[in-house]
Write a protein that binds this ligand. Structure first.
Ligand code: C2E
Ligand code: MG
Ligand code: MG
Length: 511
């Protein structure tokens, strides 16, 4: 009998059928026969086959039924249903199945007040694995990650692949946020252990966004979207970490995307300007230099502070051309000033990742005619978190040409002191949080005194940022600080304002 073909029709008396399968079929039919009803239904047979049965009474008190073997058709249908709900590469449930399960979980949440969470994760820098080792290794890695995820979740949890290098985990019955927190920790630990794929060792990190239902969403779509927003936050906070969704993230992200789009156009549109803030010698109040501070005048949003756009410019790679532009502007301006006046320019850690920086600085100095010794480059200790050797050799080269190197925001990081030993800085800029603490925290005087002494011993100039009051200035001077910077001496200002000032107090003077 061909699969799918009718196995025939039987009419009338029941007792004529002796075959065990037919007996079972007819036993199932008996209630219909007796009630003289029609019906269509499926019957699973003892030999594993499935019949589609259509039963109908006839006018002469008899009945007619058709029996179709639908075993193969059902197998194919089941396969299709499986494929529609699973990912072919990893065999994990896919987004469709996850969404169905989330809707079930919502139903239970309504009925029993259960809480559940969604962890949305993606692999950090997966693209570079694909690009450098090839797609087969990328695929192998995804399978291995899927296995580990299955291994570190409970049977009641559901691990799904959302596409690409994104996975999601539905955690049912989480008691509290700390359960989700623990699972996220475990996943990060398990996923980041080294892999062997096709003879390559691969290491990959993961970032995770977490949304807790029903607080963080009332539908599967909303919950996934919010977990994704939290993931975006985790990545923006430096990857390899996890974040919970919080109200307001959506708006934050929209703003960020808009800023990102506008930022790409801002340099050519001429929306940036460099402001200058005086650096003052504390012993006599003379201006020794200016710090160049970047400003963005957004055509609609108005002024956007560097703390908001510099991190985005770093992320999208714009900081390199932007930083070069600041350098050209600042050196070009300073070249017009009195030759005793220095110019300080901030460098992003991203600019220090390429040796090109040395050439860029040398060319800028040459074309502006500014002496290298008048340029001071400010770096923060985060530059040392990257490739230390490359960074140090770039800094040594720059210093070799006479450029001065300052450590900015000193004291805010974990190991400011140890970095002082790794490079002969010319200047230490004490972070303004210490200045703010003066007169507030009892130990603050002792701290600034010891930093001033340290600078003196190491032959590094010390400068304190954020001086706003006479009292702060006095204390810093007494503690031994050489220079100061802050609103007390002058706010960052456009260059045209400096020039009008110079007519009054003599600095900066046009050459
Ligand atoms: P920073 O290099 O530590 O600059 C000092 C910041 O303190 C400036 O903020 C300045 O306006 C502010 N400031 C100065 N005096 C006072 C004061 O008395 N009180 C208070 N409360 N603040 C004071 P700004 O201009 O907003 O810049 C913030 C940061 O953005 C800078 O910190 C620097 O890290 C970064 N930045 C600015 N321009 C550039 C640039 O051209 N390139 C790079 N990579 N980063 C830049
Ligand atoms: Mg600075
Ligand atoms: Mg600073």
């Amino acid at each position: 009998m061909a699969p799918g073909a009718p196995i025939g029709s039987i009419a009338g008396p029941l007792h004529a059928c002796q075959h065990p399968i037919l007996r079972a079929v007819l036993a199932e039919q008996r209630p219909l026969i007796e009630a003289r009803k029609c019906d269509t239904y499926f019957q699973e047979l003892a030999d594993g086959r499935t019949l589609a049965i259509s039963h109908q009474p006839t006018e002469e008190a008899g009945w007619v039924a058709t029996y179709e073997d639908v075993t193969e058709r059902r197998r194919v249908e089941a396969r299709i249903a499986y494929m529609a709900h699973h990912d072919a590469l990893t065999d994990l449930p896919n987004r469709a199945l996850l969404c169905e399960r989330i809707e079930h979980a919502f139903a239970r949440a309504h009925r029993f007040g259960e809480v559940f969470t969604i962890l949305y994760m993606d692999l950090d820098r997966f693209k570079s694995v694909n690009d450098t080792l090839g797609h087969p290794v990328g695929d192998g890695l995804l399978k291995a990650v899927a296995d580990r995820l299955r291994g570190c979740t409970r049977d009641t949890d559901l691990v799904a692949r959302m596409g690409g290098d994104e996975f999601a985990i539905l955690q049912i019955g989480a008691e509290s946020a700390s359960d989700a927190d623990q699972l996220a920790e475990r996943i990060r630990e398990v996923v980041s252990a080294p892999y062997q794929v096709d003879g390559h060792s691969v290491i990959i990190g993961t970032s995770i966004g977490i949304a807790i239902a029903p607080d963080s969403g009332v539908s599967a779509d909303q919950l996934l979207k919010n977990a994704d927003l939290a993931l975006y936050r985790a990545k923006a906070d430096g990857r390899g970490t996890h974040r919970f969704f919080e109200a307001g993230m959506d708006e934050e992200l929209q703003t960020r995307r808009l800023i990102e789009l506008d930022l790409r156009k801002a340099l050519t549109a001429g929306e940036f300007e460099v402001f200058y803030q005086p650096l003052v010698r504390l012993s006599d109040g003379a201006i020794t230099g200016y710090e160049a501070l970047l400003r963005w005048h957004h055509p609609e949003r108005g002024f956007i502070p560097p703390s908001e756009f510099v991190p985005i410019a770093e992320e999208i790679g714009l900081i390199v051309p932007l930083g070069e532009w600041v350098l050209r502007q600042a050196c070009g301006q300073a070249a017009n000033w009195d030759s005793a006046i220095k110019i300080a320019v901030n460098l992003s850690p991203i600019q220090l990742r390429s040796r090109d920086l040395v050439q860029v600085v040398m060319l800028t100095l040459a074309s502006s005619g500014l002496a290298a010794t008048r340029l001071e480059l400010e770096i923060t200790e985060s530059v040392f978190l990257q490739d230390n050797e490359l960074t140090l050799s770039i800094l040594h080269d720059l210093r070799g040409f006479g450029v001065r190197i300052a450590m900015d925001d000193f004291g805010t990081g974990y190991s400011s002191l140890s970095y002082l030993r790794s490079f002969p800085f010319d200047k230490i800029k004490l972070d303004r949080s210490f200045v703010r603490d003066l007169g507030v925290r009892p130990d603050s005087i002792a701290i600034v005194q010891s930093i001033a002494a340290l600078g003196a011993n190491l032959g590094m100039t010390t400068i304190a940022e954020g001086i706003e009051t006479e009292e702060q200035m006095e204390r810093l001077r007494e503690a031994g600080f050489v220079e100061g910077q802050g609103y007390l001496f002058g706010r960052p200002q456009p260059v045209r304002q400096l020039v009008t000032q110079s007519a009054r107090n003599g600095a900066p003077r046009a050459a």
